[in-house]
Design a protein around this ligand. Structure first.
Ligand code: NDP
Length: 343
């Protein structure tokens, strides 16, 4: 199958790319700079599937028509588009310009380009998030169960509440835009969204440095650097997680399974806590003992069951047929992969 993957330099996309190539799909992926393109090309140059990979440059998905050229050039026989590119970091100063606009314009731009120039596309898969499912008000409500049908009620007007709210709003608005586009324009393709919570796991993409680690693995780098030695950071109210290899596999199952069309895939392996992450690292990597918090160190507790939401993703679990990677393996493999960066 010929597949266009946006944001190929990303943490999740790195695994999607590996899995696509190992299944012998033909892949066109987009990155922002020639430097990142070269890195990807050389990372895959030795594999037998390297002839199946084309890397194209799309410098900024916030610009209107950002995807026009790449879609037009590769439209012939293109069947699947996986749109993963969207800002996931808190380094912005202007949320509207640096977060909301790339999320929304990127989603609109890719959908419009496909609709206009690539009629052979049958399915578009968008990386959304649990951020588009949850409701901040209900995170501490044990009566609430989030499912594939739940929607974050916050709109773009909530951007100023906090940086995490701004990110959640960017994901929610972009996902809504995509479903509305398909409902209104009735394009040749149908839509699937993948809605993961916090994603842990090994880095398959090449990092410039540990400082450029993806946001969801930041806490593991912080732990390994000794930042939790006397107090483990708060877990926060969300606490759901998935391994990156499963999140990536869900994107591929999303186009392999015909009945996935029109579905939101709520990919969750379970609940975790920073305390649990610290314990797993302590038990498996004695060489870091001097930097890690001992069992007596406070903080990072899991959310209290009596004051936290419930979730139900049985529909997704049954549809995908993926046995989720357990937390222990996910964290151990993450730390092993970070070792290569000299931590
Ligand atoms: P990364 O930061 O590694 O990936 C984000 C990707 O988007 C990068 O390739 C980045 O390019 C690209 N990108 C961001 N802004 C722009 C822009 N303005 N123009 C062009 N490209 C841009 O994070 P993840 O892999 O974690 O995120 C991938 C997707 O998964 C995102 O849509 C994110 O919202 C979603 N997600 C992630 C979760 C997680 O816990 N990791 C959980 C739920 C959803 P560059 O590297 O060059 O900046």
């Amino acid at each position: 199958t010929k597949v266009l993957l946006t944001g190929g330099s990303g943490f999740i996309a790195g695994h999607i790319l590996e899995q696509l190539l190992s299944k012998n799909h033909t892949v066109i992926t987009t990155v922002r700079t020639e430097e990142k393109a070269q890195k990807l090309r050389s990372a895959h140059s030795s594999s037998s599937s390297s002839t199946n990979l084309t890397v194209a440059i799309v410098p900024d998905i916030a610009l209107p028509h950002a995807f026009d050229a790449v879609v037009a050039e590769h439209a012939q026989d293109l069947e699947v588009v996986l749109h993963t590119a969207s800002p996931f970091h808190y380094r912005w100063t202007d949320a509207q310009r640096e977060l909301i606009e790339p999320a929304l314009n990127g989603t609109r731009g890719i959908l419009e380009a496909i609709h206009r120039d690539a009629p052979s596309v049958k399915r578009v898969v968008i990386t959304s998030s649990f951020a588009a499912i949850l409701s901040e008000e209900r995170l501490h409500d044990p009566q609430t169960t989030f499912t594939e049908d739940s929607w974050n009620p916050d709109g773009v007007d909530a951007v100023g509440r906090s940086p995490p709210t701004a990110y959640r709003v960017s994901k929610t608005a972009a996902e809504r835009l995509a479903w509305d586009f398909v409902a209104q324009k009735k394009p040749s393709f149908d839509l699937v969204t993948v809605n993961p919570p916090v994603v842990f796991g090994p880095v398959a993409h090449s990092l410039a440095s540990l400082e450029s680690i993806n946001t969801s693995n930041e806490r593991i780098v912080a732990l390994l650097k000794g930042e939790w030695k006397t107090r483990i950071a708060d877990t926060g109210p969300v606490g759901l997680w998935i391994d990156v290899r499963d999140a990536a596999a869900a994107h591929i199952r999303a186009f392999e399974i015909p009945e996935a069309g029109g579905q939101r895939l709520f990919t969750v392996a379970g609940r975790t806590s920073n305390r649990d992450v610290a314990r797993i690292v302590r038990e498996n990597f004695p060489e870091y003992a001097d930097r890690l918090p001992g069992p007596e160190v406070p903080g990072g507790e899991p959310a209290d069951e009596k004051s936290t939401f419930k979730y139900d993703n049985q529909k997704t679990y049954k549809l995908l047929g993926i046995e989720w990677i357990p937390i222990e393996k996910s964290i151990v493999d993450t730390v092993k992969s970070l070792k290569a960066y000299g931590i």
